[in-house]
Design a protein around this ligand. Sequence first.
Ligand SMILES: NC(=O)c1ccc[n+]([C@@H]2O[C@H](COP(=O)([O-])OP(=O)(O)OC[C@H]3O[C@@H](n4cnc5c(N)ncnc54)[C@H](OP(=O)(O)O)[C@@H]3O)[C@@H](O)[C@H]2O)c1
Length: 268
Amino acid sequence: MDLGITDRVAIVTGASSGIGYAIAKELISNNTKVLIAARGEDHLQAAEQTLGQLPGARVASIAVDVTNKDAAQRILDKTMDSFGAPDILVNNAGRAHAGGLLTSSEDDWEEMTAVKLTSMRRMCKAAVPFMQEKGWGRIVNMSSIGGIYPNPKLFISHVLSAAINNLTKSLALEVAADNILVNAIGVGAVKTDNWARNMIPFVRKNNPDLADLSDDDLIARISEKCTPVRRPGAPEDIATLAAYLCSARNNFVTGDTIEASGGADRFM
Ligand SMILES: NC(=O)c1ccc[n+]([C@@H]2O[C@H](COP(=O)([O-])OP(=O)(O)OC[C@H]3O[C@@H](n4cnc5c(N)ncnc54)[C@H](OP(=O)(O)O)[C@@H]3O)[C@@H](O)[C@H]2O)c1
C-alpha cells in the first residue's frame, strides 16, 4: 500500500533504538525525510548511519535530551535546517518505570513526567503551528495499554499513559479542523532494550518461581501467560501501525488510542 507520504518531513524522538528506530525505518522506506532524536550520541550516529543505507534514504539526527526546556526548539531548528517544516511528529522518547505509588520517589515522578508527558506537550506545541500553516499534519504519541488497564506495580508509567491518551484526545479535537490528525498507540509488551533494562528485573522480582530461566525463556513464558497471541511484540509490529496513522491513507482516525498488544489487557 502506498502510504502517500513521499517527501513529507517527519520527526521521530527516541529513534536510536527499539520502537522509534523501527518507525524511522518504516517512514524512510516510504520515502519520508526523517529527523531522529535521542540522547546517546554513539547509538544515535550508528542508527543514522544504518538508516542512511536504506535505498533513497534522507535522514538526519540530533543528540538531545527531550526533558531539556529548549529541546523542542532545537529539534525544530534542526528539522528546518535539514529538510524544512515538519508534517509528521512521532513522540516516542521514554522508558518504563517499575514501582507503585508508595514505592516510587518524588524524583522518579518528576523525571518520568518530564520525559513522557512534558516533552510531548512541548513537541506538539512547537510542531503544530507549521502543520497548521501547511493544512496537513499527523502526530503519533507513544502510550501504553497501562493507560487503560493500569498495573499498580507500574504506577508512574501507567498514570502518565492515561495522561498521554487524554492529551492526544484533547489536541486532536483542538486541531481536527486544520487537517491535523493526532493519535496514540497503547503499546503492550514489545521486546526492546527498554525491556531488557527496565522490565526483565521487574518481571524477575514479581515471579521468583521463574528465577532459573534465561531472559529469553522468561520472556517466552510470560508472553504465553499474558499475551493471547503468545509472543511479545516486535518493534516492527508497532512501526507498521504508526506509519499508517502518520500517512495520507489515514484521513478519519483521530483522537484515538489504538491498542497494539497482541490482545493483552494487562501488562505482565
Ligand atoms: N517496549 C515496551 O514494551 C513498551 C511498552 C509500553 C510503552 N512503551 C513506550 O514506547 C517508547 C519506546 O520504548 P522502547 O521500548 O522502544 O525503548 P528503547 O528501545 O529503550 O528506546 C527508547 C528511545 O528513547 C530514547 N530516549 C530515552 N529517554 C530520552 C530522553 N530523555 N531524551 C531523548 N531521547 C530519549 C532512547 O535513547 P537514549 O537513551 O540514548 O536517549 C531510545 O532511542 C517509550 O516511550 C516507552 O515508554 C514501550
